[in-house]
Design a protein around this ligand. Structure first.
Ligand SMILES: [Zn+2]
Length: 351
C-alpha cells in the first residue's frame, strides 16, 4: 500500500522540478546557457559576479599578542577602494574549546580573510563572535562567520548594540561601507548579533574566561570591552585608539574619562587592544591625555565666554593635542568637528 503512494509522490515532485527547469529554459535560460560557451560571455558573467560580490580581501598575517590572543592588524584608519574597508583590527582568542572572535571586520570579504588567517593558527572552529559596538567596521564581517559556521553561531553584543545593528544603523553602515570602498564590500549582508551580554558577565570557553565590561557612554552609548582574564589582555573596541582620531559623534568626552577610570579600577593593568592601531599598556593614558587636551580647552573656553572659533584655536595650541597633530591619522579632517562636539558638551555641562 505504501509503495504506490511513495512512487506517485516522488514522481509528482520530479514533474514539478522538471516543469520548472523547462520553464526556465524556455524563458531565456537556454539562450544564456548556450552563450556561456562563448568566451566573451564568460568574461561578462565574471563581471556580473564581481558586481554582485566585491573582490576577495588579500591576506594579512595574524600577530600573536599573548598566549591566547591574536590580532589581524588594519594599517589604515579610514576606508577606501584600495584597502577594501580594512580599517579595523580583528582580534581572536584561541581557547581549548574553539576560537572566539572580537570584532569581525568591515565586510563579508574581510571576514572571509579572517577565517583563512585563523586557519593558519589553529584547526579549531570559530565558536563565538563578539561585536564591540554598532559601527559597521566592527561587525559587517559577521556575515562571513555565519556563512562558514552556521546561523546558530553565537554573536554577542550589548542590548543597545544589537538593536542598532538590527535597526537603521545596520543597513546605513552596510551602504556607507559600499560607497566608501567603491563597491569593494558588495555582497555583504547585515547579520545582527543574536545574543545579549551585560556588564560584569563572564563567559568561559575551555581554558579561557572572558569578562564583559560596560561603564556608560564613551565612544557610543554601548561600547563593550572584553577582558581575556588569563592573559591580562582587554579588547576595548573604539573607546581608545592608538594613533587615529576617533569618531565621537555618538559619544561623550566626560563619559569616556569615567569609563577609563572604572575599567582600569575593575581590570587593573592590562595590555589594552584597540579596534584601530596597536595594542599598548599605556593606551588609555595616551589617548586619554589627547582627549583631555581637547576637552579641558573647551571647558575653559566655555567658562571664559570664548566662542567656538576661539576654542578651536585654543585646542590646537593645547600641548597634549599639538603633540599628536602631525602624526595622528585623520587629525586635520576631524579635529574641527570633534572640537565642536567637545564645545557643545562643555556648554551643556556648564548649565
Ligand atoms: Zn566606532
Amino acid at each position: 500500500m505504501l509503495q504506490p503512494t511513495d512512487r506517485s509522490t516522488s514522481r509528482t515532485a520530479f514533474d514539478v522540478r522538471r516543469r520548472r527547469w523547462l520553464g526556465w529554459m524556455a524563458g531565456g535560460g537556454l539562450a544564456l546557457a548556450g552563450l556561456a560557451a562563448v568566451p566573451e560571455a564568460r568574461v561578462f558573467a565574471q563581471q556580473v559576479q564581481d558586481f554582485i560580490e566585491g573582490p576577495p580581501m588579500p591576506d594579512i598575517a595574524p600577530r600573536q599578542l599573548s598566549p591566547h590572543v591574536w590580532m589581524i592588524y588594519a594599517k589604515d584608519g579610514f576606508p577606501n577602494q584600495e584597502n577594501q574597508g580594512m580599517m579595523a583590527n580583528i582580534v581572536f582568542v584561541v581557547t581549548s574549546k574553539g576560537v572566539v572572535v572580537l570584532d569581525s571586520g568591515a565586510s563579508l570579504q574581510i571576514g572571509q580573510m579572517a577565517i583563512r588567517m585563523i586557519g593558519r593558527v589553529t584547526p579549531l572552529p570559530v565558536v563565538a563572535v563578539f561585536n564591540s559596538h554598532y559601527h559597521g567596521d566592527h561587525w559587517l564581517g559577521n556575515h562571513a562567520f555565519v556563512e562558514a559556521y552556521g546561523q546558530d553561531l553565537p554573536i554577542y553584543a550589548l542590548a543597545h548594540t544589537r538593536e542598532q545593528i538590527a535597526g537603521h544603523e545596520g543597513n546605513l553602515w552596510r551602504s556607507l561601507m559600499e560607497r566608501w570602498t567603491n563597491q569593494a564590500t558588495l555582497g555583504t549582508r547585515v547579520v545582527a548579533p543574536n545574543q545579549t551580554v551585560t556588564h560584569g558577565q563572564t563567559l568561559t570557553f575551555g581554558d579561557v574566561t572572558l569578562r564583559m565590561h560596560h561603564y556608560g557612554r564613551a565612544h557610543t552609548p554601548s561600547d563593550l570591552c572584553v577582558q581575556v582574564v588569563q592573559d591580562g589582555v582587554t579588547y576595548v573596541g573604539d573607546i581608545a585608539m592608538e594613533n587615529r582620531i576617533a569618531n565621537i559623534d555618538d559619544g561623550s568626552y566626560p563619559g569616556t574619562f569615567k569609563y577609563y577610570e572604572a575599567l582600569q579600577q575593575a581590570a587593573g593593568g592590562q595590555l589594552w587592544v584597540p579596534g584601530h592601531g596597536h595594542a599598548r599598556k599605556d593606551l588609555l593614558d595616551t589617548y586619554g591625555s589627547f582627549l583631555s587636551g581637547i576637552w579641558e580647552a573647551c571647558v575653559q573656553a566655555v567658562r571664559d565666554g570664548v566662542p567656538l572659533e576661539g576654542a578651536k584655536a585654543l585646542v590646537l595650541k593645547e600641548p597634549r593635542v599639538a603633540a599628536r597633530a602631525a602624526t595622528m591619522d585623520g587629525f586635520d579632517s576631524n579635529i574641527g568637528k570633534y572640537t565642536s562636539l567637545a564645545y557643545l558638551e562643555a556648554e551643556k555641562e556648564a548649565f
